[in-house]
Design a protein around this ligand. Structure first.
Ligand SMILES: [Zn+2]
Length: 363
């Protein structure tokens, strides 16, 4: 493989070497992340160890394994290629012990990047698939492992259960029911993800509206690979309180207007959008136009291990490509607190904690 700028074993093709020259301000900022998939947050070294030790139906050779689970320099930057990585990743969730380890390591990595609060999403159907576990048991394993790991790592973690729109509706119903039953036990939201191009959201509308009534926060992947109308539809029909990605909302005035009126936050993930072909380049990403349009924006990593990034890299990309200042980044961090699926008093406490530190860093 030819040398790609800034590529290292864990840090991928998107890391600009100039980033290493600057101050460590971004790394040291206390952060909040609302959009990150567990399945896209697994350490390469662990995947390799599991592939070699457990006889999984995945390559044991590092380069070949990487090609299955990461977007690499010569990959087509398409949503089909991006989603294919998740199919390979399903093989790794082999036992409660492995799931627990993967959860713990993901939380340790969040702590290492100074994320103080995160809503980490996971796809119960994906974790249950390879060994025929039930969605109830994998959800309990994740929540239990998360509780232990977050105390040890010093990161507050809440969970969002994710449903793929390209999987059977019965699975969606099962996951939504199991999620509602676990509200108050660390599970705070429901997410619709997966193949936006071929699978409409209509069949899922009643499931998501019921989930909202049960008190779950609703985040919907929309306007990533389908048009801006899907963003409007996610808010109007599914009751989305947050939009995952939503980049193409910029083409749809109705969607922008509704997002402003309802104070819907967009979970923007710059590198993921480039890697999956949602936008052609960082320069063409509508982040600055979304901010200018007056919608709430948060910055997130989506799938750090698939893209070879950390959340800090996304903050830095926003500075490099759009000239966002440190103050703007601080504003986006506080915007993420407001958009979190947390009770008001918890938000106030987190905001107080962050402001004290962000203010101290600024002076
Ligand atoms: Zn996502």
């Amino acid at each position: 493989m030819p040398a790609i700028r800034g590529q290292t074993a864990e840090r991928g093709m998107w890391t600009d070497p100039r980033a290493e020259d600057g101050s460590q301000i971004i790394e040291s900022l206390p952060k909040v992340e609302l959009h990150r998939h567990l399945e896209g947050s697994l350490r390469m070294a662990t995947l390799l160890e599991l592939a070699r030790g457990n006889g999984l139906p995945v390559p044991r050779d590092e380069r070949a394994l990487r090609a299955q689970v990461q977007v690499l320099p010569h990959d087509p930057l398409t949503w089909q290629n991006f989603l294919s990585k998740f199919e390979a990743l399903r093989h790794f969730f082999q036992s409660p012990e492995v799931i627990s380890r993967l959860v713990r390591e993901s939380i340790e990595d969040l702590a290492a990047d100074r994320v103080l609060y995160t809503e980490l999403r996971f796809t119960p159907a994906a974790l249950a698939a390879s060994r025929g576990f039930s969605v109830d048991e994998v959800m309990d394993w994740v929540l239990e492992a998360g509780r232990e790991a977050m105390h040890a790592a010093g990161v507050r973690v809440a969970w969002i259960a994710s449903i793929n729109r390209h999987e059977p509706i019965q699975m969606a119903e099962r996951v939504a029911r199991a999620a509602a039953e676990r509200r108050g036990r660390g599970l705070v939201g429901l997410d619709l993800a997966g193949n936006e191009v071929d699978f409409p959201t209509d069949p899922f509308a009643s499931i998501f509206r019921d989930a909202a009534k049960s008190g779950l926060g609703i985040s919907v992947h929309a306007g990533e690979w389908s048009d801006g109308g899907s963003v409007y539809h996610a808010m109007e029909s599914l009751g989305a309180l947050r939009i995952a990605h939503g980049v193409r909302a910029i083409e749809e005035p109705r969607a922008l207007e509704m997002a402003r009126e309802r104070r819907i936050a967009f979970e923007v993930c710059l590198t993921s959008n480039v890697a999956s072909g949602a936008v052609r380049s960082y320069a063409e990403h509508p982040l600055p136009r979304l901010i200018q349009a007056g919608v709430q924006v948060t910055l997130n990593s989506d799938d750090p291990s698939i893209c070879g990034i950390r959340l800090s890299d996304e903050y830095r990309a926003a500075m490099q490509h759009f000239g966002l200042s440190h103050d703007s980044l601080r504003g986006l961090i506080l915007a993420a607190v407001q958009a979190a699926f947390l009770p008001a008093k918890d938000k106030r406490r987190l905001e107080g904690q962050l402001q004290a530190e962000l203010f101290a860093k600024a002076s």
